[in-house]
Design a protein around this ligand. Structure first.
Ligand SMILES: [Fe+2]
Length: 154
């Protein structure tokens, strides 16, 4: 049985140093915690579904925005990110099935918690590279860099 807490806590060690990405990630953590509270509290499935829809919309828009930033920085998206997106769709199906049947809510929330943790870790590895991280992505010096200050947070 998974005994890890369902709540997530943003700390500086999650920061990538790319402000728009970090801002999005912090909102993701807040929205996820709202969702997990609704899942744990046995609130109406409609409430939990609403919290999930808000979170899912944020995640989808974040991924599109983030991929654009990464491409402009000359980072070619590694295959793991495409797999992660597929996994998110699978987790969304798990959450909806859980809410429709009104069962297994903690397990569904834990799946989403794990996806978010993996996403934050992958982004950190991608944007705060260390020598040991080589291979997670490919850099292309032919692509222009993007000024991150030009981004307007949503
Ligand atoms: Fe991200």
């Amino acid at each position: 049985m998974d005994r890890r807490p369902l709540r997530l806590h943003w700390t500086d060690r999650h920061a990538t140093g790319v402000r728009p990405v970090d801002d999005d990630h912090q909102v993701m953590v807040i929205l996820y915690n709202d969702f997990s509270r609704a899942m744990e509290s046995r609130a109406s499935p409609v409430c939990a579904a609403g919290a999930f829809d808000i979170l899912a919309a944020h995640i989808r828009s974040h991924v599109v925005r983030e991929d654009g930033l990464l491409l402009h920085r000359g980072l070619i998206l590694p295959p793991q990110r495409r797999i992660a997106r597929h996994d998110f769709r699978a987790i969304a199906d798990i959450v909806h099935a859980s809410l429709n049947a009104d069962r297994d809510r903690p397990a569904a929330a834990a799946s989403l918690r794990d996806w978010i943790c993996e996403h934050l870790s992958a982004d950190h590895a991608l944007l705060v590279p260390r020598p040991s991280d080589e291979g997670l992505c490919c850099r292309s010096s032919a692509l222009p860099s993007l000024s991150m200050t030009a981004h307007t947070p949503v």
